[in-house]
Write a protein that binds this ligand. Structure first.
Ligand code: NAP
Length: 286
């Protein structure tokens, strides 16, 4: 068990705890679009290593991102400090395909085991078949935990009903101030079952950061819009965020969000500009 490894510098905040006792910092690191442009690789590697050093130990990749080799190379010297997430592409998510995809990811990542392996989005294969493969991979020690991404509550219920299915340990979904639909049912569903929720695109791919209300609240806290957007996400128990940042400066800034507490006035202002859902909204994203 890796338990607290890698997050020693993250001690003053609430961690996200998985069912095997592994703990991660509520701000992790996304990697979509990283490792594509050789001219950016040095800065991207430096960004990821800066984050790991700060204790932002979750690194999120996927077979679809085409960057697992790059990620494997970056984390080679500090693998023990990283909680590594990868994902199986839905087209590969039948029983044999999931096992093969995972083995190929392990080879590209240069590691013996993936800490959390996700089904990237709902596939054409029965979910029970993917779950069976996930359980097999877990028994064989190739993955430590498994979970899903972009699955709404109805699919989560299907997984819950699988007889002898080992437990689903995470759901990675689109969640930010402009995409609050998951607050209505998915986050409460996950919280009741202690399933961590991982918010992707937490700063709206950067576009959210120009919003006036975020800039106003940021000024009040002597912070930045990104820090406000991220602290707003991680205020929810059991919910974490994985911003992608291509520079060490952005990574450090994002880490700063863990020490910001939004007050009632901030929350009210944010609720006016970005209203909470009043009814079920179909999960956005993939
Ligand atoms: P995001 O993290 O919301 O936004 C990334 C963009 O925001 C980048 O352009 C980045 O610029 C900028 N940014 C980050 N921190 C900043 C800061 N402090 N100040 C100003 N700009 C900042 O969007 P995302 O990449 O879509 O989502 C994050 C991660 O979630 C992905 O990388 C991926 O790992 C995962 N994801 C998963 C799914 C899924 O289906 N499961 C889908 C989408 C994403 P720089 O690069 O210049 O820092």
């Amino acid at each position: 068990m890796k338990s607290m490894i890698g997050i020693d510098k993250c001690i003053y905040m609430e961690h996200i705890t998985f069912s095997n006792g592994d703990k991660v910092c509520p701000i992790g690191q996304g990697t979509w679009n990283m490792g594509r442009n050789p001219l950016c690789e040095k800065s991207e590697a430096n960004a990821l290593l800066t984050g790991i050093d700060l204790g932002m130990n979750m690194i999120d990749t996927a077979e679809m991102y085409g960057n697992e080799k790059f990620i494997g190379k970056v984390i080679k010297s500090c693998r023990d400090k990283v909680f590594l997430v990868s994902k199986v592409h839905p087209d590969n998510a039948d029983y044999q395909g999931t096992i093969k995809a995972c083995e190929e990811s392990l080879r590209r990542l240069g590691t013996d085991a993936i800490d959390l392996y996700l089904l990237h989005w709902r596939s054409k294969y029965p979910i029970s078949e993917t779950v069976e493969a996930m359980c097999r991979l877990q028994r064989d020690g190739k993955i430590r935990l498994w979970g899903v991404s972009n699955l709404d509550v109805d699919d989560m219920e299907l997984i819950d009903d699988i007889p002898n299915g080992c437990s689903c340990d995470a759901n990675q979904v689109l969640y930010n101030l402009q995409e609050r639909g998951v607050e209505y049912d998915l986050i409460p569903y996950a919280q009741q079952r202690d399933i961590p929720v991982i918010a992707y695109s937490p700063v709206g791919e950067g576009k959210l950061l120009r919003h006036l209300v975020l800039r106003t609240i940021a000024e009040k806290h002597n912070a930045t819009p990104a820090q406000i957007a991220l602290s707003w996400i991680i205020r929810n128990p059991g919910v974490m965020a994985i911003p992608k940042a291509g520079s060490a400066e952005h990574v450090k800034e994002n880490f700063g969000s863990v020490s910001i507490t939004l007050d009632a006035e901030d929350m009210e202002l944010l609720d006016i500009s970005f209203p909470a859902p009043q009814h079920k909204i179909q999960l956005a994203g993939w």
